[in-house]
Every structure is written in structure tokens, then in C-alpha cells.
Design a protein around this ligand. Structure first.
Ligand code: GLN
Length: 485
């Protein structure tokens, strides 16, 4: 059996027992990358060379009997929006093409402390704005299940890395679905933690009240392993929740007794692919067979989630991206005058979608429109949150589809931003409410494309979601299927 067939959890035991070395593990993934990465383009900046050196060091420390971290010797790919002091951090943007952060994100520090091995910085939509990874300034990532299709986005490179076996674990970020939607499109497991669960220090800001980093893996169990390593309070992020790291890995195999599952009926009607509806309904039955009770719930304001998100997120982005002016970071287009230096640098360095968001946000915040758009969106955001609070009075988690369609073709929606935005219908509410959400594979379309099941839970319920997902993955094998690459 090839090393790539093992879960991260299994690899960890093989490493601990001395049956394999970390160098062998990293080498196996690096060989795989050498054969498929040309077709997938998941990784912007591969770091195999330094990864092999790190692996050697970890193997040496292990044989010396040293106590090692919880991910010791395991490869992890990280979205290129988390600051690394030893590799460029481009955010998929021309404007940061040569940017080398002077410090590491907390997530990166935590991975280091856990003795994980960084194998690459993964591709993304520029500044995480998008749903297809086509907005990367460095070319799109291809879906490992069908290379003519998108892997989803914005963390498409991370999802595709796990799907194509370039790494057993990956980190993404999710502002409106950017972990869960690519997880669904690529047939892997992806978790958006509760807002505040994982530190945002060193995560380049898109929409600060929504951004959250989280894990990708094949299974819920492996996802739990990675979440435990990156979560926990961080004094350097003022919005970080004052809670210890999760201990989901230790609990993930415990089944949930008398689980109450909320079914969002509106999400199983019009506008959702038939194949997705059928797959999600079959998963509902699987949960029922495992002893869960199904309860219909309503989220009356969910239909406003996309409109609300596409005001809140661009408003925050327009402020956050003001710092890319040619004076402080990255690209500068020299100009005799300061004002024209700013505009020329931004005009050349930023892509079309990023400019669209800056203009949307600037407009919605401008005097005269501020209360009509921005303040109104904050009020609706509260109503969306209230819907979830009410639903969670009667159920432990909510089940529905992650996306209304399976992966679309590269180029299919590039000229139609509105239809791209509408694809985020089921995921943006989770971020607006600040709660936790998980996508797991639950079937395939007739065309052989993966389908994602969306589990949403109250704030800080990640362990419950992962336990429910593990129960499901113990009786199904969707998560274990590999693309024919
Ligand atoms: N697709 C959404 C957007 O374009 C979400 C992106 C994200 O979660 N980073 O904004």
C-alpha cells in the first residue's frame, strides 16, 4: 500500500512506531506532486526542499527520543494568505508578488510548534475574493476530479492539494464559504471554525469580522487532529476567543447519542441540483438510521444572506485593502506625484474582482448611502444570527447541501459575478452569524463530481460537528474515494 493511501492519523502512528520516517512520507508526497501538479496547479510556492530538511531533523529528534509535537513529521499545505517569514506571501495578487512578511502568522507558529512540515503555499482567489480560484493572478487551479472544472474557492489550492494527494492536511480560510465550498467541489472534508476559535494574527485581512482559518483533510478524524493544533486563544488577536485549544481528536470517535438534526427544507427545493438534493436526502436517512431525530427548521432571513454578505464583506475589504498603495507593501509604480503613484500602483497591482469589491464597499460606505446599505446590512446580519440562535434551541446541528451545484467549468462564470455570488447562498450565513460549519463528501453526480454535505452548529460546537461527521464517515466511504488522476 502506498504511503499516500493512509490517513494523517494512520501516518502519525506509523511515524510514532518507527515503521516509516518523515523523510519517506514527505518524499512520497513530493513524488506525487512531481507527477500531477503540472495538471492541477494547486501550489504557488512549493517548499519540498526545506520540507525534506525539516523531515530529516524531525526523524533525528525522534530517534533521539525527544518529545515531539502532535503533528510531528506530517506534511501540511497552507493557503498563501497566511504570513510566513521564510517564504513569500502573495495572497494570489500581483501587488504582493514579491512580498516577504517579516513575521509568521500564529497558525504557522502553531504548526511549527506541533512539528508539522510546510510543503507549500497554495493557490487562491486574489485576497480570498472568489469562489473558483480563477481570480488568482497566477493562473487557476484545476479540479482533480475533472481538470476542465474549477476546484471552488477561494481556498481552491488547499482543497485540491488534499484531493490530489499533494498533502494529507491543508489550511484554508473561510470568509463566506472559502473552505467549505472548495471542500465540497473537491470531495474532501473542510471546517470553518467559530469566529475567534483560530487566531487571525498574520492572516492577511479580507473582511475582518468574517475571516477565519481552518483545516482541510480527507476525514473528520484528520480534520480534528489539525483543528486541535491550530486553535486556541491568542493575545495578539483581539477578537480571539478566550478558550483553550479544542481537544476534538480525543473525542471524535465517541458517537453522539440522541442527536437532534435540523433540516433546512428551503435548501432542498428550487435552485438546487436534483443530484445534490438526492444525495443530501440520503445522508439525512443515514443519520436517522444512526439514531438521530430529524426536525424541520426554518431560517426565515437566510434568503437575504448573499445580499447582506456582499455588502458587509466589500465594506470591510475596501478599508482593509487601502494599505496596498505602493508606499508600504509590494508593488510600486513610480510616478512623479504621490496621488498618481497610489492610483497607478493599485491599478496595475490589483485584479478586476478585487477592484469591483473595493468600489462596491466604498460606494456602500459613502455618505448618503452608508445607512441605506452598510447599516442596513448590519441589522439584517443580526436577524440572520437570531434565526440560527432560535434554530439551535431545538436542534444540535443543521444539515443541508454545501453548494447548490457541483463544480462548474473553468471560465463558465467568469463574466457573470452575480451568478458566482449566488453560489455562496448556503455558506455565507455561517460567517455572518459567526458560528461553525463543516463540509463533508456525501456522494457524486452522474458526471463523477463530488457533492458536499453541510453541517452547521452553534458557536464552539466544532467537536460535535466532527463527531457527527465521523459517525457518518464510519458508515459511508464517500470521503475515501480518490480522483482518477
Ligand atoms: N466566495 C465568497 C467571496 O467571494 C467567499 C470568499 C471567502 O470565503 N474568502 O467573497
Amino acid at each position: 500500500m502506498s504511503l499516500l493511501q493512509h490517513s494523517a492519523t494512520d501516518l502519525l502512528s506509523l511515524l510514532q512506531s518507527g515503521d516509516v520516517t518523515s523523510q519517506q512520507v514527505v518524499q512520497a508526497y513530493s513524488d506525487r506532486a512531481a507527477t500531477v501538479e503540472d495538471q492541477v496547479h494547486a501550489i504557488l510556492q512549493p517548499t519540498w526542499e526545506s520540507a525534506l530538511e525539516r523531515a530529516e531533523e524531525i526523524d533525528r529528534r525522534r530517534s533521539a527520543g525527544e518529545l515531539l509535537g502532535s503533528l510531528a513529521g506530517l506534511p501540511v499545505a497552507v493557503k498563501d494568505i497566511l504570513c510566513t517569514d521564510d517564504f513569500p506571501t502573495t495572497c494570489g495578487s500581483k501587488i504582493l508578488e514579491t512580498f516577504r512578511p517579516p513575521y509568521n502568522a500564529t497558525v504557522i507558529e502553531k504548526l511549527r510548534a506541533a512539528d508539522a512540515i510546510l510543503v507549500g503555499k497554495t493557490n487562491l482567489d486574489e485576497f480570498a475574493m472568489g469562489s473558483s480560484t480563477e481570480n488568482s493572478a497566477f493562473g487557476p487551479t484545476h479540479n482533480p476530479w475533472d481538470l476542465t472544472r474549477v476546484p471552488g474557492g477561494s481556498s481552491g489550492g488547499s482543497a485540491a492539494s488534499v484531493s490530489a494527494d499533494l498533502a494529507p492536511l491543508a489550511i484554508g480560510t473561510d470568509t463566506g464559504g472559502s473552505i467549505r465550498q472548495p471542500a465540497a467541489f473537491c470531495g474532501v472534508t473542510g471546517l470553518k471554525p467559530t469566529y475567534g476559535r483560530v487566531s487571525r494574527y498574520g492572516l492577511v485581512a479580507f473582511a475582518s469580522s468574517l475571516d477565519q482559518a481552518g483545516p482541510f483533510a480527507r476525514s473528520a478524524q484528520d480534520t480534528a487532529l489539525l483543528l486541535d493544533a491550530i486553535s486556541g486563544h491568542d493575545a495578539r488577536d483581539s477578537t480571539s476567543a478566550n478558550r483553550p485549544p479544542t481537544s476534538a481528536f480525543a473525542e471524535v470517535e465517541q458517537p453522539l447519542e440522541s442527536l437532534r438534526v435540523g433540516v433546512i427544507r428551503e435548501q432542498l427545493g428550487e435552485g438546487v441540483d436534483d443530484e445534490i438534493r438526492v444525495a443530501v436526502e440520503a445522508s439525512l436517512q443515514a443519520f436517522q438510521q444512526m439514531g438521530a431525530s430529524l426536525i424541520d427548521v426554518q431560517l426565515p432571513h437566510a434568503r437575504y444572506a448573499v445580499a447582506t454578505y456582499y455588502i458587509v464583506a466589500p465594506c470591510e475589504a475596501s478599508g482593509n485593502l487601502a494599505r496596498y498603495d505602493g508606499a508600504h507593501y509590494g508593488l510600486r509604480v513610480e510616478s512623479p506625484e504621490l496621488g498618481s503613484m497610489y492610483s497607478a500602483s493599485r491599478a496595475r497591482g490589483l485584479g478586476e474582482e478585487v477592484k469591483r469589491r473595493i468600489m462596491l464597499g466604498t460606494f456602500a460606505l459613502s455618505s448618503g448611502y452608508n445607512s441605506r446599505y452598510y447599516l442596513k446590512s448590519l441589522q439584517v446580519r443580526r436577524l440572520i444570527r437570531n434565526d440560527y440562535d432560535q434554530a439551535f434551541e431545538n436542534v444540535d446541528l443543521l444539515l443541508g447541501p454545501t453548494t447548490p451545484t457541483t463544480a462548474f467549468r473553468i471560465g463558465e462564470k467568469s463574466d457573470d459575478p452575480l451568478s458566482m455570488y449566488l453560489g455562496d447562498l448556503f455558506t455565507v450565513g455561517t460567517n455572518l452569524a459567526g458560528i461553525s460549519g463543516l463540509s463533508i463528501p456525501c456522494g457524486f453526480s452522474a458526471a463523477g463530481l463530488p457533492i458536499g454535505l453541510h453541517l452547521q452548529g452553534p458557536a464552539f460546537s466544532e467537536t460535535t460537528l466532527l463527531r457527527a461527521a465521523h459517525m457518518y464517515q464510519s458508515v459511508t466511504d464517500w470521503h475515501a474515494r480518490r480522483p482518477p488522476l
